[in-house]
Write a protein that binds this ligand. Structure first.
Ligand SMILES: NC(=O)c1ccc[n+]([C@@H]2O[C@H](COP(=O)([O-])OP(=O)(O)OC[C@H]3O[C@@H](n4cnc5c(N)ncnc54)[C@H](O)[C@@H]3O)[C@@H](O)[C@H]2O)c1
Length: 328
């Protein structure tokens, strides 16, 4: 009996938060051979690892000879990090990313998956955000994502390469960097530090649990009926940042933390123009095309993160029935 050849996927940024969860999900199918390309080592086992930047085309070119699909997760991220380093963002998230995709064209990759962002909608008031809306990106980060989306449309029209683009809406979960709001709040609550909210806390998001997000990515990868698709990957449940803080505190009833509000533009708090006020995805396309729906409630997602931090920092006894028992 011949063993079926595994399909070969290169994941740039494969050591990062979302890609780590995606790799674990892909491995459950036992039919993919995964190569991670990242500047830092992966957190997953049973993958090939190339330590390199996406700008290092001489290292990437020979690898692509034996790759079927490229998933690009490598990027500079974080609203404040990107606002402080606009030139680096332009270099990595636009120039290097575009060069990588040119190489994919040269190597006749079958399909590219690109991770875009809900930031491309900016502060549009045309809510919920539909995939075919006129984009209004504000930050350099968002402009780079939009430009790459357009560049990939050109590639899909002029080559046989298929393109799937996910626009993620506030993905959160275990293993996320510590400078994202849900992780910040949970860590603060577990250590009795204040939960600091920028502005009045009425800015809202549709927080999307990472286990849901990776299923969305996978379903777009498997969708083959058209050469180019952009799909919002987001939860339809809206929460203000103040509500998120309250959910965190009610998930960790032992916490002595208080909610504190800080004005924009002072004390290292970002300028108000960088804040998106409401960010709500139109979710029908993902549902209709891919059968995808984000199902994890924010309460369950927060509990999962809290549980993992409790183990990590070991300051509380563990959950029972989803609750933290007591401080050590
Ligand atoms: N987390 C979210 O809510 C969210 C929302 C919208 C879009 N996205 C996009 O999803 C992707 C993954 O995001 P994440 O939250 O997992 O971020 P992350 O920072 O955890 O992962 C990004 C990975 O890319 C790597 N990387 C950075 N620059 C690189 C380079 N030049 N060459 C090779 N590797 C490089 C980093 O080392 C990191 O491992 C990014 O493209 C991001 O823009 C994420």
């Amino acid at each position: 009996m011949f063993k079926k050849r595994k399909e070969k996927i290169l994941i740039t940024g494969g050591s990062g938060f979302i890609a780590t969860h995606l790799i674990k999900y892909l491995q459950t199918f036992d039919k993919y051979e995964i190569t991670v390309l990242d500047i830092v080592p992966p957190k997953t086992e049973n993958v090939k690892f190339i330590q390199a930047s996406i700008s290092d085309l001489s290292k990437i070119e020979p690898i692509l000879n034996d790759i079927d699909y490229v998933f690009n997760f490598a990027a500079m991220i974080g609203v404040d990090n990107c606002a402080n380093n606009p030139d680096a963002v332009m270099q990595v998230n636009y120039v290097d990313t575009k060069n990588l995709f040119d190489l994919c064209v040269k190597k006749c990759i079958k399909k590219i998956i690109f991770t875009s962002s809900s930031e491309v909608y900016g502060n549009s008031e045309d809510i919920p955000y539909k995939e075919n809306a006129i984009l209004q990106p504000i930050s350099t980060y968002a402009k780079c994502k939009m430009m790459i989306e357009g560049y990939l449309m050109g590639i899909s029209k002029t080559t046989k390469i298929k393109v799937g683009i996910v626009r993620f809406f506030n993905v959160y979960g275990l293993g996320q960097k510590d400078d994202f709001v849900s992780s910040i709040f949970v860590k603060a609550a577990l250590t009795n530090e204040p939960l600091v909210i920028f502005g009045d806390g009425q800015q809202s998001r549709c927080f999307t649990y990472v286990d849901d997000a990776v299923k969305g990515v996978y379903s777009l990868f498997k969708y083959n009926k058209s050469p180019y698709e952009i799909v919002n990957i987001g939860s339809k449940f809206e929460s203000t940042i103040e509500n998120l803080a309250k959910i965190v505190l009610s998930s960790i009833p032992e916490s002595k933390s208080k909610i504190v509000f800080k004005n924009y533009g002072i004390d290292n708090v970002r300028e108000s123009y960088l804040e998106i006020k409401r960010r709500i995805p139109f979710t029908d396309k993902a549902n209709r095309l891919l059968g995808f729906e984000a199902v994890t409630s924010i309460e369950d997602g927060v509990k999962n993160i809290a549980f993992s931090y409790v183990k990590e920092i070991n300051t509380h006894d563990y959950f029972e029935d989803g609750r933290i028992l007591s401080s050590n």
